[in-house]
Design a protein around this ligand. Structure first.
Ligand SMILES: NC(=O)c1ccc[n+]([C@@H]2O[C@H](COP(=O)([O-])OP(=O)(O)OC[C@H]3O[C@@H](n4cnc5c(N)ncnc54)[C@H](O)[C@@H]3O)[C@@H](O)[C@H]2O)c1
Length: 273
């Protein structure tokens, strides 16, 4: 294996936790960070969640991400854990840190979405989405922080364009992603004295397995009037996962060493509309 001293890249030798790493943007972040010299702790639930209208990833998906990291000659530790479970997250991260010899950054990326009009949105949807997206991001930060407080580090929390604007028909999701911003700003203030930076990333649409088909049904039918809110300013329908990973890479790297409390939009201008 390549020794740390020989590693080249923008995050050479850094050890980074990524949640929701089995597929989609989580996989992209892990691979992009590995390309630039990072070792990874990869966490995912790897099973379906009742109440979602699309399937989540599998253990095979998580192993495939690990293989892609290893192809870059970087180390990958995988753990199956639910970000809603604070104890499981603490244990998973502690085991990964023991194997990699430390931690430098975390990327709270795991997330879920439900869609519906105000009169079809249920308390169960609210609890599920807030539990995964908001409390799950907190649990991820809380599991990472004990390993960062002595030497500093970077927390990157994945929000959304819906964490900046009032994206309709996904109200619990929109609220959860605004919540991620508030949580991150509060942590950024509290942890700055420890040299720990906390930033959020706000993607517009990316084609992944997170596919709430009912949203498209409502937007192309009874609430077509709301469609323009989802329209990017730049002439692209969606951005690539790698576009978002490049923002994550910058925030994990020392290139952003004096950047904290930033809401980093990779949104093709959807939030300026
Ligand atoms: N796809 C988009 O258009 C888009 C746009 C803006 C923001 N985002 C955000 O980007 C992040 C990644 O989304 P994606 O598009 O790659 O989605 P995805 O559904 O493809 O991947 C999400 C991953 O998180 C995992 N996961 C879900 N719940 C979990 C839990 N409780 N514990 C651990 N792992 C869990 C899933 O198994 C899956 O592998 C999410 O936070 C999402 O809200 C996505």
């Amino acid at each position: 294996m390549t020794g740390v001293s020989e590693v080249r890249g923008r995050v050479a030798g850094k050890r980074v936790l990524v949640t929701g790493a089995a597929r989609g943007m989580g996989r992209s972040h892990a691979v992009r960070l590995a390309e630039e010299g990072a070792d990874l702790i990869l966490v995912d639930l790897c099973e379906p969640l009742p109440g979602l209208e699309y399937p989540l990833s599998s253990r095979e998906d998580l192993e495939e991400t690990a293989e892609l990291v290893r192809k870059q000659r970087r180390r990958a530790v995988t753990r199956v854990a639910d970000v809603r479970d604070a104890d499981a997250m603490r244990a998973a991260v502690a085991e990964g840190v023991a194997e990699l010899g430390g931690l430098d950054a975390s990327v709270a990326n795991a997330g879920v979405i439900t869609a519906g009009t105000w009169d079809t949105t249920t308390p169960e949807q609210w609890r599920l989405v807030l539990d995964v997206n908001l409390i799950g991001s907190w649990n991820t930060c809380a599991a990472a922080l004990p390993h960062l407080v002595d030497h500093g580090g970077s927390l990157v929390n994945i929000s959304s364009a819906a964490g900046i604007k009032g994206s309709p028909l996904t109200t619990p999701y929109t609220a959860s992603k605004h919540g991620v911003v508030g949580m991150s700003l509060a942590l950024a203030n509290e942890l700055a004295a420890r040299n720990i930076r906390v930033n959020t990333v706000h993607p517009t649409g990316v084609a992944t397995g997170m596919a709430p088909m009912s949203l498209h049904g409502v937007l192309s039918g009874p609430r077509a009037d709301l469609g323009p809110i989802y329209q990017n300013a730049l002439p692209v329908q969606v951005v690539d996962a790698t576009d978002v990973s490049n923002a994550v890479l910058f925030l994990v790297s020392d290139e952003s060493r004096h950047v904290t409390g930033l809401q980093f939009k990779v949104d093709a201008g959807v939030t300026i509309r």
